[in-house]
Design a protein around this ligand. Structure first.
Ligand SMILES: [Zn+2]
Length: 391
């Protein structure tokens, strides 16, 4: 957008729409006059933008403004509860999840279905699951503004380069499923959901433990993805270089030593629920399994903290539920291996969103995209409006 020539009319309109909608999202229940003050735009410009946003059902008009003093009361506007929703789908190794959020990011429905996705039938299964989620949205009278898909793998420009736990290499989901999506790594979506709707910390590493271990690093309220988008692959940090083989082909990776499968194996538990029953009844095998995993996790995370100086660790996924048992051995390992903890301790907190973080992040990224560039949404969904007004 930055150039040496004056901005074109379309660029100005695009900028103004994003500015006004952003002010409405930040301060719901503001009048047009209030928006004019907040954005620095004239009241006439604000009104024209608001009218277009109302016509597209991105914004809804509410009650007259409540305030003391003389003068006409303006009508307040907020994000429309019936506006376009974001649909998130998560392809886990052993489950599929869906989540529908409104423009404020509030969850309208969510569903999880357990099934082993390490099968060539996974694409048919995802397609059917997506179709069902759309039907549910339709039944609720909700319009879907876009779909975000979270995958347990490395994604480059929408292409799943590698998802070792699913056995995927160079999978184009748009091509397989016949439509376009926002595709990203599940751990990155989970970290974003945590940033937007979770613990409210500005800097943290979100680490989630399922069969794989994923991490998303948030620095100064922004996702740090590394130079080529493949950063945060904490699951493949070596914690036991001569250890057992990992799905990635290396040995003794963190997820091989502290992932859900290894914890269950060491605890002699069949399922995650069995593990929690065993922990609650004080089973020595279960307690040892979790503290062993916690030490490996602390070993891996000490590398992250020493390298990046991240002040907080948010435990997500199954680790959020395991936090009461993971916490002490994990902190002990961090204190032992991170010299700076003597004067600046690292916080360890459970995720506020639990296992639903990644799918929520996928859904919220869709509405965040619409809020950041409403003009794009308007011109793709309301092209006649663009033509009628000219350029
Ligand atoms: Zn590995």
């Amino acid at each position: 957008m930055i150039g040496t020539r004056p901005a074109g009319q379309h660029t100005v309109r695009r900028h103004n729409a994003a500015l006004v909608l952003g002010a409405i999202a930040d301060g719901p229940g503001t009048s047009r006059a209030g928006l004019s003050t907040a954005t620095g735009l004239t009241k006439a410009t604000v009104s024209s933008v608001v009218d277009r946003l109302i016509a597209a059902d991105l914004v809804a008009e509410g009650e007259p403004e409540r305030r003391a003093g003389p003068g006409r009361r303006g009508t307040v506007v907020s994000l429309s509860p019936t506006g376009p929703h974001g649909l998130g789908i998560e392809i886990g190794v052993d489950y599929l999840a869906s989540c529908l959020v409104d423009l404020t990011g509030a969850v309208r429905f969510e569903e999880v279905r357990y099934a082993d996705n390490r099968t060539p039938r996974v694409f048919q299964r995802v397609s059917a699951f997506l179709h069902k989620a759309r039907k549910q949205a339709e039944a609720l009278g909700i319009s879907v503004g876009g779909v975000g898909i979270a995958v347990p793998g490395l994604v480059e420009s929408g292409l799943v380069r590698l998802a070792p736990n699913l056995g995927w290499r160079d999978v184009d989901l748009a091509d397989r499923l016949g439509e376009t999506f926002t595709v990203a790594n599940e751990a990155n979506f989970a970290a974003l959901a945590e940033l937007w709707h979770g613990t409210a910390l500005p800097d943290f590493v979100h680490v989630s433990g399922e069969i794989g271990i994923g991490a998303g690093i948030v620095l100064d309220r922004a996702l740090f993805e590394g130079v080529r988008g493949a950063g945060g692959e904490i699951g493949h940090l070596p914690v036991a270089p001569d250890g057992p083989p990992c799905s990635c082909g290396a040995n003794g990776c963190l997820e091989r030593m502290a992932g859900q499968d290894e914890i269950l194996r060491l605890a002699g538990a069949e399922t995650v629920d069995d593990l929690f029953s065993a922990l609650e009844s004080g089973s020595a095998a279960a307690l040892t399994a979790v503290s062993t995993a916690a030490r490996h996790l602390g070993l891996g995370l000490s590398t992250v903290v020493n390298l990046m100086d991240v002040p907080a660790v948010v435990l997500g996924g199954t680790y959020a539920r395991l936090e009461p048992w993971l916490r002490e051995p994990l902190l002990a390992e961090l204190e032992r291996r991170v010299p700076s903890t003597t004067w600046s301790p690292v916080r360890v907190v459970p995720s506020a969103l639990g296992t639903g973080a990644a799918v929520r992040g996928a859904a919220c990224s869709v509405v965040r995209g619409i809020l950041a560039d409403p003009e794009h949404h308007l011109t793709t969904h309301w092209p006649s409006d663009q033509d009628a007004r000219g350029r």
